[in-house]
Design a protein around this ligand. Structure first.
Ligand code: G3P
Ligand code: CA
Length: 269
């Protein structure tokens, strides 16, 4: 990052804990949410999908094989697709041992559990609706769950919640169902399409390797769905020099498994 301008510490990028603080605890678990709180990270990103019985759960992959003991406990149910399991079955699984023995017994949480835990910690939520094409109608389910757990109060809406997806149609649906909720589109749409997306999003959140200063500026010169400057959050940035360089490009947020590393880099200028 030699030569990159120092970030403004008062107005530098927000640090966002990716899948919880997933460099410190098993991703998308309450332990990872707690780890983010212990690190003092303001924003937490998690992924939401829908189990076979309709329960919304926090999980990244479309199947349970990598981050739980589903394959061991249910060898006859390959490929362990999330929607082939009910939530009571999922709640029995161990979602922590794969990461480290000290996390044995950690579970795949429901979205409701994560919302309540984050509320207790006073954290801000960047919620990714993962693979919505697999779960028709999930947008309405997500909005209902957010409402039920108190996340659609006016203050939360303005400061503490963004719902994002790689699926532009899903983000548009979310915006139509709950127009006051801030939204983000994951990916790097061409500059010529940014104004179209700005009608229903507040953020464009690209993979960090795809951004340039010009691309960041092209996004930020537009106004988003709620009239404020369109923001840019980049992912997934796990080393200090890269985080420092991206801050120099003026990004609004840095999504990372290692919030401690990124924060140290941002304050090293
Ligand atoms: O929030 C951005 C990032 O989480 C998108 O990628 O695969 O980690 O969900 P992924
Ligand atoms: Ca994600």
């Amino acid at each position: 990052a030699a030569g990159a301008p120092a970030p403004d510490r008062s107005g530098g990028p927000a640090v966002v804990a990716h899948r919880g603080a997933s460099g410190h605890a098993p991703e998308n678990t309450l332990a990872a949410v707690d780890a983010a709180a212990e690190l003092g990270v303001e924003w937490v990103e998690v992924d939401v999908q829908r189990a076979g019985d309709g329960e919304l759960v926090v999980l990244h992959d479309n199947d349970l094989a990598r981050t739980t003991d589903a394959a061991e406990r249910h060898p006859d149910r390959a490929p362990w697709g999330l929607d082939d399991f009910s939530y009571p079955e999922i709640a029995e699984l161990d979602a922590g041992s794969w990461y480290g023995p000290e996390f044995a017994g950690e579970r795949v949480p429901t979205l409701g559990e994560v919302l309540d835990r984050m509320d207790e910690h006073g954290q801000k939520l960047l919620l990714e609706v993962k693979s919505p094409e697999l779960y028709p109608g999930i947008e309405a389910d997500v909005v209902a769950e957010l409402r039920e757990h108190g996340w659609l109060a006016p203050r939360t809406l303005r400061t503490s919640l963004v719902v994002q997806s790689f699926d532009a149609a899903s983000v548009r649906t979310l915006h139509e169902l709950a127009p006051r909720v801030r939204t983000g589109l994951l990916g790097n749409p061409p500059v010529a399409r940014l104004a179209d997306h700005a009608e229903y999003v507040d953020q464009i959140n690209p993979r960090h390797t795809t951004v340039t200063a010009d691309y960041v500026a092209a996004i930020q010169e537009l106004r988003g769905a709620h009239g404020r400057k369109l923001q840019v959050n980049v992912w997934t940035v796990n080393d200090g020099p890269t985080a420092f360089a991206l801050a120099g490009l003026g990004v609004d947020g840095i999504i990372t498994d290692h919030p401690d590393v990124v924060r140290a880099a941002l304050s090293s200028g």
